[in-house]
Design a binder for this molecule. Structure first.
Ligand code: ARG
Length: 458
């Protein structure tokens, strides 16, 4: 195919160079954005008297026809085209003749591609946010159903204090809610139109960049033409926001994998989200969670790749920037796939409350509460802490628990112990008595659920 830019050179690249240079196999997914952008550009050119109204109409008709034909599959995208921008323009000229050649007035592929990718990612962000909300909803529903499920809370993966499964799940709802905020920030910051920056320096034509920006739903225009064509901060921001989503999903996955193991048995995943083994008949593996954890690595790789591409690039456009798309597309595709499987996996997961409770009964999770009991009876906290530590050591050596020691045994350590201590250190009391804001106590958990539901617009 003859290059549209043939002129100074004959445009005849070697086969290898041509393949290497081409981006059509990954940027063709932006055809809608490319055509919509061109339509707004042509409309603006006519409004500014750079094109006649008749020329504009011919161009708009031609572009609409191309859009319809790509949508319907009638017009296959030519894999030999250099990129989607060249493909659409060449097809337009093929269809409407010389008028098609006027479309690229007061524009360059540099601002065109910068526009297309913003438009594309803006839609992707909307989609990711919807999927994220779906997951937050699933997490919140599980939390609602598990407000009474007492389980061990961990630090250092050692049993620490009793909490509810609802409290543990709501922690993820909070992370994911922040992720939504980050996506919203990214979308807001990138919602400025670079079109009209042209190759790098702007144009001598009397264009109206604000008009294009308005037609395409941007909040304004990029204010510096060099920045307009060379800024890919929004790709980095989006990749960072997605990386953090993946981090959260990966931590959640890790817990789901642990909880599904025979060692924990806190949850049972629905069969639809597990796999078996080709050799071990008893297996039920949490492959989806493992894959999400694994895919986190590749998204981090995408972020690193993007940062590294940009580092050291002189202004303004450089071909290196063509590498922006594969990384950001891969991250966007990956996080969407992960969220699509994660939300229903969480929604259908069964909590095994008895197992959680049984685990919470071992490991002296109520030791802090026992120390607090002594403090309430008037003992300084450090002294109480020491006595409880000795009681725990005694229980371990005698294979007992704090619940099974007798009052007499307690009173050998301090006469501040009374019969009511047993009620005070029951797991239910330990949870119920957590009254601080944000705690695992029932009121706090209910407030968290309300807050998340409000965020979800429920
Ligand atoms: N395919 C190119 C990209 O994705 C489009 C911009 C080309 N601009 C240029 N001056 N060669 O970045």
């Amino acid at each position: 195919m003859e290059k549209m830019w043939a002129g100074r050179t004959d445009g005849a690249l070697s086969r290898e160079a041509d393949d290497f240079n081409s981006s059509i196999h990954f940027d063709s997914r932006m055809y809608k954005q490319d055509i919509t952008g061109s339509m707004s550009h042509a409309t603006m050119l006519a409004a500014c008297k750079i094109l006649t109204d008749a020329e504009r109409d011919t161009i708009l008709d031609g572009l609409q026809g191309i859009l319809d034909d790509i949508d319907s599959g009638k017009l296959p995208i030519d894999p030999d085209a250099e990129d989607i921008h060249m493909f659409v323009e060449a097809e337009l000229t093929r269809r409407i003749g010389d008028t098609g050649k006027k479309l690229h007035t007061a524009r360059s592929r540099n601002d065109q591609v910068a526009l297309d990718i913003r438009l594309y990612l803006r839609d992707e962000i909307t989609e990711i946010r919807a999927l994220l909300r779906e997951l937050i909803d699933a997490v919140c529903e599980q939390a609602k159903a598990n407000q009474d499920a007492i389980m061990p809370g961990y630090t250092h993966l050692q049993r620490a204090q009793p909490i509810t499964f609802a409290q543990q799940l709501l922690a993820y709802a909070m992370m994911l809610r922040r992720d939504d905020g980050r996506l919203a920030d990214t979308a807001a910051r990138m919602n400025y139109s670079p079109l009209g920056s042209c190759a790098l320096a702007g144009t001598t034509y009397p264009t109206d960049r604000y008009m294009v920006a308005k037609m395409l739903g941007f909040d304004g225009i990029t204010e510096n033409s060099l920045d307009g064509v060379s800024d890919r901060d929004f790709c980095v921001e989006l990749l960072s926001a997605i990386s953090l989503i993946m981090t959260h999903l990966s931590r959640f996955s890790e817990e789901i994998i642990l909880w599904s193991s025979w060692e924990f048995r806190f949850v049972e995943l629905d069969d639809a989200y597990t796999t078996g083994s080709s050799i071990m008949p008893q297996k039920k593996n949490s492959d989806m969670a493992e894959l999400v954890r694994g895919k986190t690595g590749r998204v981090f790789g995408d972020l690193m790749a993007m940062l590294t591409v940009l580092k050291g690039l002189p202004l303004a456009y450089n071909k290196d920037m063509q590498e922006d798309k594969e990384t950001v597309f891969d991250a966007v595709d990956t996080v969407k796939k992960c969220l699509r499987v994660f939300a229903p996996m969480v929604r259908t997961m069964k909590a095994k409350k008895e197992n959680m409770y049984a685990a919470a009964q071992k490991g002296f999770l109520n030791a802090t509460d026992l120390a607090d009991y002594l403090v309430r009876e008037g003992m300084p906290f450090r002294t109480a802490y020491k006595i409880v530590g000795q009681l725990v050591a005694q229980c371990i050596s005698e294979n007992k628990t704090l619940e099974t020691l007798t009052l007499e045994e307690y009173r050998l350590h301090s006469d501040l112990f009374h019969e009511d201590l047993f009620e005070e250190i029951s797991l239910e009391t330990c949870v119920k008595k957590r009254i601080s804001a944000g705690s695992t106590g029932p009121e706090s958990v209910a407030a968290q659920i309300r807050s998340v539901e409000k965020f979800l617009g429920k």
